[in-house]
Design a protein around this ligand. Sequence first.
Ligand SMILES: [Zn+2]
Length: 90
Amino acid sequence: MLRYLIVDILLPLLVFALLRSLFRGLFQTRRDMTRQAAPPSRPNVVVGGELKKDPVCGTYVSTGASVTRTVDGEVLHFCSKECRDKYRAA
Ligand SMILES: [Zn+2]
């Protein structure tokens, strides 16, 4: 009876668990490979830039991607040329 239990129930269960973990490992590797082949597309933002507030619309813009204008020796950062022109008009 005990031998029957081990061979017919525990052994298939063990094999099943082993196969499942094996398959899971395979899928994990494949997912990793896909990730390496096609990295997630990043929005076109310059990394490492400091965030500055646009004085016109209040949007925070990266200093690397902003439109700048120097007023009284102070560099102002704008999200767009439209905002920069608006600031000039104001
Ligand atoms: Zn703006």
